[in-house]
Design a protein around this ligand. Sequence first.
Ligand code: ADP
Length: 306
Amino acid sequence: DVVVVGSCMTDLVSLTTRLPRAGETILGHKFFIGFGGKGANQCVQSARLGAKTSLICKVGKDSFGNDYVENLKKNGISTAFVGQTADAATGTASIIVNSEGENVVVIVPGANLLLNFEDLKMASDVICKAKVVVCQLEITPAVSLEVLKMAHASGAKTLFNPAPALADLDPQFYTHSDIFCCNETEAEILTGIPVGNLEDAGKVGRMLLERGCKLVIVTLGAEGCMMISVEEPIPKHVPAGKVRAMDTTGAGDSFVGALAFYLAYYPKLSIGEMIRNSNYVASVSVQAAGAQSSYPYRKDLPQNLF
Ligand code: ADP
């Protein structure tokens, strides 16, 4: 099965014609609440493909937290290790989007930053028995690193998504990642090299690989991915299909969640095939609005993906 350790965020989205200036109050024409956070997004995508999943995370003892737990259950995710704390609010992303689609976003991580080593200890059985363990950086980085170490020591495959990226990422994150999967922006922050084309993507992939992971994937939006591994040290491009993109929010999380599913349930596929399938899943997600709201279910996908 797949275990994700990471964040939950409630997205509070207001649609307006333009963004307000400092001190200004403006009227918006629509408001909605969405479920987000990279950890939960990835777990939801994996679950919708049919993976048995657990999410290890922390939300507040508040209505957003209660709603989030419900949402996870509805997606068939085990919530045995979803903590609810009275010491902080559920993580939120307050988002304003103007009619050009530009946005401003304030993230308050809240309860996500209270997920701690004690919580990992309580969940250690689940983490150590998993086939695949996934984490990101929307929780305390030291906690993510501990997850990778625990999983690695017990023989689980570790899939690490260094998002949001830290310029001074602890080098141990590389050595404890079986698969290190980042997007172009994250790759640039980690290496200092902007990714403008496939050649750059291959170059940053090689730099990241040399830091000690076994396999690096750089996602490239509509271009799909670049992969490079210890076994295949020549960068290989895995293109995505051509689709009409409507909203790419959460595409990277759809990709990571799908990849975790394939690693856990189709270990005989080559990594290239897993990436090709995950590209397909993520390319479906960009054709509908929102993050989790756009993630496909197994029943809606072509059967040759399974
Ligand atoms: P992020 O959401 O982190 O910025 P990317 O933009 O790199 O990540 O997208 C992640 C994956 O989603 C890509 O590797 C690809 O599989 C898919 N994807 C994203 N944008 C598109 C698009 N316009 N057309 C097809 N697939 C896309």
